[in-house]
Design a protein around this ligand. Structure first.
Ligand SMILES: [Zn+2]
Length: 483
């Protein structure tokens, strides 16, 4: 189907302005004139934006969260009990936060609530609690001690949780259902491309077979690895690439999360002096992955939240092909001015989540303490130092909704710059051709909204989202615009 979108205000990332023009979509691309048999839609002055790029999120995790028992804003024992009263051979729940809940939902508590096997993943995705039924059924005793996992209390952390996920594997049907539900969550906010990290709890083959079938959203996949030899999975996955699914990088976890106090810090947490977090690997292992990635021309995306893991990453990237491959840091929640200069000097890029600033506001001062907090969320300084950055939500850790993230980003950047970091920069960091102005020849990935994102607040859902020139999401009143 070809289209003519009349009376629209089209946003250009290059000029930072709207222009009143008709948009022509022919054979999946923007064209300079109407194609044959075009359907005309009158947008009556609504806004059109280039499709947003979420530069770090989890497409399948976002869908799985929709399929799991939702524990966000769960505030009491009674609330938890009632949410977990479902019939299932394995209860999967996600979204709890010990600060909101008022307690840690550990093994003995869960045993009193349900006798069905239950896995409750914290909102950050880095920690889970399980009941005795899970421990017995999957023989989890062997995980005791790994990354401070404690089977006695049923608290499973970091790599032990990754192991648990690979024991409690997802079925291919569950993966497909998660992709279907997850993609809608992004498309409804106008996100047409996701740098996704999904190789968790399934075989590579299951992942690739499922991603190959996607035709409604663009997925730039990052393959999670822990050892140099696993980089071969990147080229294996590339065999399944399509127009919609590309493999852009390997992902490495170097530490955990701030909320769970598993982010690796140089000095102990101010609100828990015995804890310094969890470092996934030493500098030598990381260095050997970097060296092999450089040889094979693979971009690395490294999850770093604490200052200790940042330090290890900076050492490992020293002398690497960072500038050329755009090796990337994901998160960077604390960095000193000196460390920021080193990031810039190495030519590293970064995917950041401004919305974390607001959602962590109730814990960050306690975790970091007074002396360190001045170096937390150093996004403004990173941009001033010339570091190429793109925005992201880390969904399902946060909602994939773009406007709350833009509003949080207003603390650090001009709104126009944030829009650039939510579109063009997402292609740049993926080493792809950059675009963001919907010019003739560009892929027709965009969305229609009645909100002016240059000054909007609150929530903004897309009214119609196009990917590859096709309508992939629309609100119920779509007919209103069709003539
Ligand atoms: Zn993530």
């Amino acid at each position: 189907m070809n289209y003519i979108l009349k009376n629209s205000r089209v946003y250009s990332v290059d000029t930072g302005e709207f222009s009143d023009r008709d948009l022509y979509i022919t054979d999946g691309r923007i064209s300079d004139r109407a194609g044959p048999e075009s359907l005309t839609m009158d947008l009556s002055g609504k806004f059109i934006y280039p499709g947003f790029v979420d530069s770090h999120a989890h497409l399948i995790g976002t869908g799985l969260e929709k399929m799991a028992v939702d524990l966000r804003n769960c505030r009491s024992m009674e609330d938890l009990r009632s949410r977990l009263q479902i019939e299932s051979h394995l209860v999967r729940a996600r979204g709890w936060d010990q600060e909101t809940l008022g307690f840690l939902p550990e093994r003995r508590i869960l045993d009193r609530i349900t006798s069905q096997p239950a896995v409750l993943v914290r909102r950050c995705g880095h920690v889970a609690t399980v009941n005795s039924a899970v421990i017995d059924r999957f023989s989890l005793e062997a995980l005791d001690g790994l990354d401070e996992t404690d089977i006695e209390t049923g608290v499973i952390k970091e790599r032990a949780l990754e192991r648990l996920n690979s024991i409690v594997k997802l079925a291919p049907e569950e993966v497909e259902e998660a992709i279907r539900r997850g993609s809608v969550e992004f498309l409804k906010y106008g996100v047409t491309c996701v740098h996704s990290d999904d190789l968790h709890g399934m075989e590579l083959e299951t992942l690739v077979e499922s991603l190959k079938r996607i035709d409604n959203i663009r997925v730039f996949e990052k393959i999670a690895v822990e050892r140099p030899d696993q980089l071969s999975m990147v080229s294996m996955a590339r065999n399944g690439e399509t127009r919609f699914f590309k493999v852009i990088a390997a992902k490495i976890y170097l530490d955990g999360s701030l909320g769970a106090r598993t982010a690796a810090m140089k000095e102990p947490y101010s609100d828990s002096p015995r804890e310094t977090g969890v470092l996934y690997m030493d500098c030598e292992t990381l260095k050997s992955i970097v060296e092999r990635a450089d040889r094979e021309g693979i971009q690395l995306c490294i999850h770093v939240i604490g200052d200790r893991s940042l330090e290890e990453a900076l050492k490992a990237f020293h002398g690497s092909r960072a500038l050329e491959l755009k090796h990337r840091l994901i998160h960077v929640q604390i960095a000193s001015p000196e460390e920021i200069h080193r990031i810039a000097d190495l030519g590293l890029t970064a995917s950041i989540q401004p919305v974390f600033f607001d959602s962590d506001a109730h814990i960050a001062p306690g975790r970091f303490g007074e002396a360190r907090i001045k170096n937390a969320y150093p996004f403004r300084r990173m941009r001033d130092a010339g570091i190429r950055m793109a925005l992201s939500t880390d969904s399902p850790v946060e909602s994939p909704s773009v406007l709350p993230n833009l509003v949080s980003a207003d603390r650090f950047f001009q709104r126009r710059d944030s829009l650039e970091m939510y579109t063009k920069a997402g292609y740049c960091l993926a080493n792809r051709e950059e675009r963001g102005s919907l010019l003739p020849g560009d892929e027709a990935d965009f969305f229609v909204s009645s909100v002016n994102l240059l000054d909007g607040m609150g929530e903004a859902e897309s009214e119609i989202t196009f990917v590859d020139g096709k309508i992939v999401y629309h609100t119920a009143n779509r007919q209103l615009y069709t003539k």
